[in-house]
Design a binder for this molecule. Structure first.
Ligand SMILES: *Cc1c(COP(=O)(O)O)cnc(C)c1O
Length: 393
């Protein structure tokens, strides 16, 4: 097998139009933040507008991690404040809380959805709790009614980690517009990509302005006009900020990607359904069925297709043996995720023991993500199905 045959996990679909749009930025020599970044913010805000509501404010950034970090800061989190998030997420979610000076508190997850369990959130609320940071895992919406009710009762801020959830709807409302802020990712493996990139959505104009300012060194918003040809303007450094702005080269890719968000989702749905049918009789735990969007208004963004490998059911094959087997067959897989408290940095810092989050810990030991990108051909999907069936019967 040549290395060209290796099925790289999560590879994005890049077409001529994305390439041409990047070349256009290069030819105009407008590489940094400029008109394309503004146009991409507008396109995403339009896509995320709920029926009958104004468009959210959208601030383009260089990552979702930056978006989570700045959301924590702009919402006024301070040292000593606790933020409750999920034990089943990417490290960036927890790191953003820590970098904002706050203390992460982990809640366990629902065994069927892998989403944060509102009952465990309720148990972990203390007088120091200031915010909730749910993650719409794999693109399946969290139980936002329960989380928003807790937030209202205890006067908490809510930041939605929408890294998997660009297309996600919860009861007809776009993920990222339900809490105070929502952070999206356009990292290379996500549903639509800009290479590296992220965006924050918020309904609050002042929060959007603060995030925008913090993303560019804390310089007064007039400084953004440095990037236009209106002539020189002095700026004031009003806060000590960061360097998190989105480049036009990134936005160029995103502008062409978001036009294809519908067909990409449809393609992933076809792959998802093919996997669900092919694996139905196998001793694996498959993702919970999708909700009927027409009936409930909720929509899964289909970012990850995860299965659980329990050696007690597979005749001794464990997750790591499974992913090594697929790797040898030239199929790249992912692990989303080993539970947060398994990582040494957090164990040292917070004294966390994985066994205290039993559901997340078990998922973290058993989960594997199969390829699910719009780039997959039918032949690629057949290869994945055959690969899985060659080990699990
Ligand atoms: C990818 C991801 C992030 C970070 O996104 P970046 O754009 O790479 O910073 C945060 N949270 C979750 C759940 C993710 O999957």
């Amino acid at each position: 097998m040549s290395s060209n045959d290796y099925l790289v996990f999560g590879q994005p679909l890049i077409a001529r139009d994305e390439i041409d749009e990047v070349v256009d930025s290069m030819q105009k020599a407008w590489l940094g933040t400029g008109p394309k970044a503004a146009a991409f913010e507008k396109a995403v805000a339009t896509y995320k507008t709920n029926p009958g509501s104004p468009a959210p404010y959208a601030v383009g950034l260089n990552s979702c991690t930056a978006g989570l970090h700045l959301s924590c800061l702009a919402l006024g989190l301070e040292p000593g404040d606790e933020v409750i998030t999920t034990a089943m997420t990417f490290c960036a979610t927890v790191n953003a809380i820590i970098h904002a000076g706050a203390t992460p508190v982990l809640a366990d997850v629902d065994p069927a959805t892998f989403n944060i369990d509102p009952a465990d959130v309720a148990r972990k609320i203390t007088p120091r709790t200031k915010a909730l940071l749910p993650v719409h895992f794999a693109g399946r919406p969290c139980d936002m009614d329960a989380l928003m009710a807790l937030a209202k009762k205890h006067r908490l801020r809510v930041i939605e980690d929408c890294a998997h959830a660009i297309e996600t709807l919860y009861k007809g409302r776009a993920a990222g517009t339900i809490g105070d802020c929502g952070a999206l990712s356009f990292y290379s493996t996500k549903n639509i990509v800009t290479g590296e990139g992220g965006m924050v959505l918020t309904g609050d104009e002042a929060i959007a302005a603060r995030i925008k300012m913090l993303a560019l060194h804390g310089m007064s918003l007039d400084a953004w006009k440095r990037f236009s040809d209106d002539g020189y303007k002095h700026y004031d450094v009003a806060e000590v900020g960061f360097k998190y702005n989105m480049m036009d080269i990134q936005a160029a890719i995103g502008l062409r990607q978001i036009e294809k968000i519908g067909p990409y989702w449809e393609r992933r749905l076809a792959v998802w359904n093919r996997y669900q049918d092919a694996f139905a009789g196998l001793p694996l735990t498959l993702p919970a069925p999708l909700e009927d969007t027409a009936a409930t208004g909720s929509k899964h963004a289909l970012h990850l297709y995860t299965i659980l490998i329990d050696p007690a059911r597979t005749g001794g094959v464990d997750r790591d043996a499974f992913l090594i087997h697929l790797h040898r067959l030239g199929i790249g897989t992912g692990v989303h995720y080993r539970a947060i408290p398994t990582h040494s940095a957090y164990r040292k810092r917070f004294g966390w023991e994985p066994a205290d989050w039993p559901v997340a810990h078990r998922i973290g030991e058993q989960t594997v993500s199969l390829p699910l990108s719009a780039k997959l051909t039918d032949a690629d999907v057949d290869r994945v199905v055959a690969g899985v069936k060659s080990l699990i019967r």
